[in-house]
Design a protein around this ligand. Sequence first.
Ligand SMILES: Cc1ncc(COP(=O)(O)O)c(C=O)c1O
Length: 453
Amino acid sequence: MKRPYEKPIINKLHTGLMNKFGRSPAYARKVRSEIDGASIDSLVEKYGSPLFVYSERCLRQKHRQMHTAFSTRYPNVVMGWSYKTNYLSAICAIMHQQGSIAEVVSEMEYQKARAAGIPGEKIIFNGPHKSLAALEKAVKEGAIINVDHLDEIYDLEQITQKLKRKIHIGIRLNLDAGIYPQWSRFGFNLETGQALDAVKRIKQGGKLILNGLHCHIGTFIMETSAYAKEIEKMVGFAYEVEKTFDFSIEYLDIGGGFPSKSRLKGVYLPPEVALPSIDEYAEAITHALSKALRPGDFPKLILESGRALVDEAGYLITSVVASKRLADGTRAYVADAGLNLLFTSFWYKFNIEMDREVGGINEHSVIYGPLCMNIDILDEGVLLPPLTRGTRLIISPVGAYSQTQSMQFIEYRPAAVLVGEKGEVDLIREAEDLTDINRREKLPKRLALSSAK
Ligand SMILES: Cc1ncc(COP(=O)(O)O)c(C=O)c1O
C-alpha cells in the first residue's frame, strides 16, 4: 500500500526509557488479537466499531472470587449487584445467576430489576431520590429500603398510614473512615449525632422499625483499614441503637468501593502493586467484625460491590480514523470512540492495546475521540508507534460505569457483545441508529419540512 506523504519533523526519541520498575511503558504496550477466543477482527467486522465487549468468564470468576473470599470468613454474607455500575440486562443476569441480589439507586433501576424478574425482597433500594410512588411500590413488594434523609422518613410514615402496617427500614450512615474527601452528602452523619437523632425520630414516630444500617464510604478505596474503621463504627452504632431504642439490627450493608485493577490518574504505582487483593479486603472486614461483634452475633453482611466485579470484564474496541501532527509537532490520532463512551477516562488511565504489531519509533502521542469538542481526549502522552488508519485499539478495563454513563452525544452509541465461556459471541445491545435519537421527539406539524421523509 502506498503510504501518504508526511512532511518530516525532528523529534526527541523516547524509546526504551525505563520507569522505576525497570520497564519501559513502550515495551509494555501489548498486542491483543482476541478477547477470550473471539478475534478482534471478526468482532468488528460483524458488530462494527466502536464496540463494547464483555467477558462472561471474567465476570463469573470475579463474582466467585469475591463470594468465596467473604463467605469462607463469615457465615452470613449477601452480595447485592450494584446496578448503576453496569445495568445491561445480560450483565445483571450473570450476576444474579451467580447469586447476587439487586442493589438499585433509582426508580428506573428498581423497574429494571423487577422487569428482569427479581422479586422485591431481593432488591436493595438505595439512593437520595425515591419518589413516593416508588417507595410505596418497594414497600409493598418487600424491598430492603435504606433511607437517605428525613424527608424520606416522613414519606415512609405516610405510607405506613396508607397501608395500615409498620415498615422495616435501614438507614444510610456517613462516617469518617479515614477516606477524604469524606462522602458526607448521603445518609445521616454518625459523628455529629445526626444519625442518632434520625433513629430517635424514627422511634418517636412509632411507625417504622429500624432493622438495618447501610454505609458506602466511596469508590476505589485503596485502604483495607478504611473498611475496618467503617465496620467498627457501624457495629458500635448498631449496639447503641439496640440499647437505647430497642431496635434489632439484622443487617450491616457496607456498600461497595473495592477497586478494580484499573489505574487512577495520579497514582504512580501500577495496580498490581498499589492495590490490595479481594482476600485482603475480606480479611480486614471480617476480622473487624469478629472484634466488634458480641460472640454469637452474626448480622447479615451485605456487600454492594460494582467496579471490582465488572470493570476488568469490559473492553472497548475503537478504530483509528485519522492521524495528524499538531502545530507543536505532537503526533495525534483521532479514534471513533471518545468521552461520549468513556466518561471514566477523566479519572482513569486505561490500558491501550493494539490489534496488530506495529513497527517504527514510539512517539508521545495524544488520542482524541470523535467529538467536535476540545475536551474529547482519550489519552495524552501515550507512547505509540506510528499507527495507520484502521488500527484498532482495545481499551480496558472499562466494564464499570462506562456503559451506563455513556452519552448519546454527537455520535450513536455502539453495540455491546458478550463473549461466553466457550468463546461464543452474543449481541447484548444493538448499536443505536437515528430511530433511537428521534423516537421520543415530537415535531409540531407546522414545523415539518415538506421534503422530510
Ligand atoms: C450505594 C452504593 N452502593 C454501591 C456502589 C458501588 O460502588 P463500587 O462500584 O465502587 O463498588 C455505589 C457506587 O457509587 C453506591 O453509591
